[in-house]
Design a protein around this ligand. Structure first.
Ligand code: HEM
Length: 416
């Protein structure tokens, strides 16, 4: 509190992107419910574990939050920009709004049920040999290198190849998909998105939609065991509506599953190599990996916040949150809340207290968490086996310019 009074409210600047945790501490101490004008042109920030969990689970907080997205972007004056831009942006907003992550109640439950079969734990477990093969394909050429960029070499391509398997998409289209989902992630993860970021996301989303629409007729004729075929069956059965819902779910998977998994791999390896004793401990006893993965997710979450809109007015810690207000549930801050985790800024692979919120909580809890954990498990095991002496290459690393989806643009490491 004192620090805040002296220096004013903490800013979400370059220093924040490097290390957001001191800012979260200030915010948590300044008050549990804070209004910030500099976030999406006005939003409530929740930073305590109990409040973030409440926002993720309680129906006062709606996931239908895409309406008004465009208006909140400075420089996008939809009325003075002419019809073409406006209609394009409206379509963008509408399409996003059909993805289940942005829906509530019955519509959300219906789509979640249609998707769930494609993420059944047995099915995900069955993907292990493929994930191991893809990982080996990426890691083998690195044997003998003096150093390499872990993001370019593995964290970036692997989730995209795994998603390709899940959706039944050709490897040759991988780079396009990564570029499109990067544009969406940049827009979604910005606390104050620019007009440029919005327009890039819009372009990429329409490219994605065109791609999926072109793919559907052949998949209808020759269905496979992939998720798109399952969704087409759900569409035929009436669980998924035939007016673009299917394509919206496919596009959602790409922005929900790529960057997030990439950042779990990158942030996770960075944390481990920054704590060499714990890295060495894990290399000698890999049975500790499942618990360590939980702690990696807590300590430096790939998703730092998610949004909600107030559905019905409520009072929280003495503040009135009105219908329509935007709320940011700050997952990264909740994961470091001392009320929930003893010594929260200490990384400890043996930690057993508390439960992180990195995969969310409640009805929208991450549907792909099992897949992300499988990828992290396979990659870390393979890296530990090949290069137990791995270390960070000096300061050769750069964080992305993304507050919501925290991760590295590059992360150079040295095998020995
Ligand atoms: C480490 C990696 C991942 C992290 C940290 C993560 C995090 C999250 C979080 C926090 C949510 C809740 C969002 C909210 O409540 O607003 C979520 C939902 C979701 N995630 Fe993940 N995710 C990861 C990987 C994946 C993967 C690999 C996929 C798909 C292949 C995926 C698909 C989804 C979907 C579809 C939802 C929406 C669920 C719903 O609305 O019911 N995620 N994820």
């Amino acid at each position: 509190m004192e620090a805040l009074a002296k220096h004013g409210p903490p800013t979400f600047d370059h220093t924040f992107l490097q290390d957001p945790y001191p800012v979260y501490r200030h915010l948590r101490e300044a008050g549990p419910v804070l209004w910030r004008e500099d976030v999406f042109q006005g939003a409530w920030l929740l930073t305590r574990h109990a409040d973030v969990e409440l926002a993720l689970r309680d129906p006062h907080f709606s996931s239908q939050r895409t309406a008004g997205w465009i208006k909140r972007v400075p420089g996008i004056d939809i009325d003075s920009r002419g019809k073409r831009v406006r209609s394009g942006l409206d379509t963008f907003q509408r399409l996003f709004g059909r993805a289940m992550v942005f829906l509530d109640g019955a519509d959300h439950a219906r789509l979640r049920q249609a998707m769930a079969a494609g993420f059944h734990p047995d099915l995900i477990r069955g993907m292990r040999p493929d994930v191991e093969r893809l990982t080996d394909e990426l890691l083998s050429p690195l044997e003998g290198s003096a150093s390499f960029d872990f993001i370019a070499a593995i964290a970036r391509p692997l989730p995209s190849r795994v998603m390709g398997l899940l959706l039944g998409i050709d490897r040759k289209d991988e780079e396009r998909f990564i570029a499109w989902s990067d544009d969406l992630a940049t827009f979604i993860g910005a606390l104050q998105p620019s007009a440029e970021q919005l327009l890039a996301a819009q372009r990429s989303l329409s490219n994605m939609v065109r791609y999926f629409e072109a793919l559907l007729p052949s998949r209808r004729r020759e269905p496979g065991a992939d998720l798109i075929s399952r969704l087409l069956q759900a569409e035929a059965a009436g669980t998924v509506r035939a007016d673009g819902e299917l394509v919206a779910q496919c596009a959602m998977l790409l922005f929900a599953g790529h960057e997030t998994t990439r950042n779990l791999l990158g942030n996770g390896l960075h944390t481990l190599l920054s704590h060499p004793h714990q890295w060495a401990r894990l290399c000698t006893d890999t049975s500790a990996l499942p618990l360590a993965l939980r702690e990696l997710l807590r300590y430096d979450s790939p998703v730092q916040y998610t949004g909600r809109r107030i559905a019905t007015e409520l009072t929280l810690h003495g503040k009135t949150l009105r219908r329509g207000d935007l709320v940011l549930a700050m997952i990264g801050a909740a994961n470091r809340d001392p009320a929930r985790f003893a010594d929260p800024d200490t990384f400890d692979i043996g930690r057993r207290d508390g439960s992180h919120l990195s995969f969310g909580s409640g009805p929208h809890v991450c549907i792909g968490g099992g897949l992300a954990l499988l990828e992290a498990d396979v990659v870390l095991r393979a890296v530990m086996r090949r290069w137990p002496g791995l270390r960070l290459a000096g300061s050769m690393r750069a964080w992305n310019d993304n507050a919501g989806l925290r991760g590295f643009a590059n992360l150079h490491v040295e095998p020995a």
